[in-house]
Design a protein around this ligand. Structure first.
Ligand SMILES: [Zn+2]
Length: 115
């Protein structure tokens, strides 16, 4: 249920409490409304967190190790190579750069070289 709908329901109940002049009920409704809004904010944060975890899992499923590099394989398209050390240690896909030495790739983040 959307936050806007919930707020409208609380407003309706709060208005009824005011009409019957029940200050305790009115206060309880406002307090409950505040608690629910806090829960909705937490839910939004968890949804955002869940979405970013899903994205990370999606990327991880596409990362393949072919010694000594990692490759990102998506729909048959192969991208990379990426640094083995940085992925294994920090889960970061760091693109390797060709070094001046033929056949040697280097990582500008961890400074490892691969051949
Ligand atoms: Zn690295």
């Amino acid at each position: 249920m959307a936050g806007k709908e919930i707020l409208q329901k609380f407003k309706k109940i709060a208005d009824q409490a005011r009409q019957i002049d029940d200050r305790n009920l009115y206060g309880d409704v406002l307090s409950l409304q505040s608690d629910v809004m806090e829960l909705l904010e937490e839910r939004n944060e968890l949804e955002a967190q869940n979405s970013s975890l899903k994205q990370a899992a999606d990327v991880a499923a596409k990362v393949k190790y072919e010694a000594p590099f990692y490759w990102l394989i998506d729909a048959g398209r192969r991208d990379g190579p990426f640094c083995q050390h940085c992925w294994d240690k920090d889960g970061m896909l760091i693109r390797l750069q060709r070094s001046s030495i033929q056949g040697v790739w280097s990582c500008r983040t961890c400074k490892n070289s691969y051949r």
